[in-house]
Design a protein around this ligand. Sequence first.
Ligand code: FES
Length: 114
Amino acid sequence: MQKYFLCRYDDLSEGQSKGFSLGDTAAGTDNIFTIMKDGEVYAYKNTCPHRGINLDWQEDQFLDPDGALIQCASHGALFKIESGECIAGPCTGDALTPVPVEYAQDGLYALLAD
Ligand code: FES
């Protein structure tokens, strides 16, 4: 397991999403995104289970207009923030790949497999 620094806590905002490019990791080139909801940070790989492409068209925009669900910009699939489960769209029943995070003194880290 490798740790990758994402950001300081004050770079995250409640109800907002944020994308990160981790570059070349042991597991390949990894892009992930986070969402802070009710003070909890959820992180997923930035890969839509429908076509295997990034979910976002605009930087740091991963949520639907209400901020209630994760939305893929390509074909509109909707995912639960807490579980990554797709509940509407072309990949209903599939799920985003969660990324474990670690809360450290200096900020948030992503934990990725070697
Ligand atoms: S690529 Fe995400 S819904 Fe089609």
